[in-house]
Design a protein around this ligand. Structure first.
Ligand code: ATP
Ligand code: MG
Length: 259
């Protein structure tokens, strides 16, 4: 078939406590070496979509294919093996990294869980992401926010993935560190032909990284296409509002103003 890394077909996610689905009917795909940016206001379902891709929340309808295989309804053990090539980086490394684990073990843990050899991996990953080797013996709280996010990226890369899900990977960082991490991600993408599902509420970040952009509104994708088109000439009224408020430096538009 195609060279797609990841393909979602009409994926919905429903939380038991909510009446409407948090993610509804999402269809998208990502190819090697390309970045799909997901934008949309707080609460529109971006993180839920990321979790559904990773199998961290169950999909209620639709299907996910990774490297051509249907991973939607595998057992946890099958899925762990099938999606070792897909890893996630969360927004806040402070809460996503186990505070009791040292850097070296945080980086190699995904390999250890998957029963793969991990000798020397921590050192080579530290070099790749620009972490000093003496940080390998440190606990997360002994390092800076930027260094912690480098650990999260090193951990995600340890298993030589083809796809990274990046859920606001730079939002918790100050601006100069944000630029360093974005540049690192872009270098790694070029070097390894990684596919990125890149979630951000920051339009400037999306403009910088994305080849394609999907706009989410109330759990659904209302518009998707080439980044230049969606960002410069959005067709859907919600996307237009989103771009306008980003340009004027305001917060994302109030939902009420669009309905
Ligand atoms: N575990 C959960 N149980 C029930 N509802 C949830 C759960 N997690 C998220 N939600 C709800 O699902 C909707 C989507 O949340 P989600 O975290 O995916 O949004 P988001 O787009 O990532 O927002 P943000 O930009 O603030 O991170 C929200 O209404 C949220 O309250
Ligand atoms: Mg989120």
């Amino acid at each position: 078939m195609t060279a797609q890394l990841l393909a979602l077909d009409k994926v919905s996610v429903r939380y038991a406590s909510r009446r409407s689905p948090a993610v509804g009917d999402v269809t998208l795909s990502i190819e090697p070496g390309r970045t799909l940016g997901i934008v949309g206001e707080s609460g529109c379902g971006k993180s839920t979509l990321a979790k559904a891709v990773m199998g961290l929340v169950p999909v209620s309808m639709g299907s996910l294919h990774f490297l051509g295989r249907d991973i939607t309804r595998m057992t946890p053990r099958q899925r762990l093996q099938a999606q070792i090539g897909m890893q996630i980086v969360f927004q806040d490394p402070q809460s996503s990294l186990d505070p009791r684990m040292r850097t070296r073990d945080l980086i190699t843990e995904p390999l250890v869980i998957a029963g793969r050899p991990s000798a020397g991996v921590a050192e080579s990953m530290a070099d790749q992401v620009g972490l000093p080797r003496d940080a390998l013996g440190s606990l997360p709280h002994e390092l800076s926010g930027g260094q912690r996010q480098r650990i999260a990226i090193a951990r995600a890369l340890a298993a030589s993935p083809q796809l990274l899900v990046l859920d606001e990977p730079t939002s918790a960082l100050d601006l100069s560190v944000q630029a360093q991490i974005l540049n690192l991600l872009m270098d790694l993408q070029r070097e390894h032909r990684l596919g990125y599902l890149f979630i951000s509420h920051d339009m400037a970040v999306i403009r910088h990284v994305a080849d394609d952009v999907a706009v989410m509104f109330r759990g659904q994708i209302v518009e998707q296409g080439a980044a230049a088109e969606v960002l410069e000439a959005p067709r859907h009224i919600y996307s237009q509002e989103l771009m306008r408020s980003a340009l004027s430096g305001q917060a994302t538009p109030a939902v009420e103003s669009l309905t």
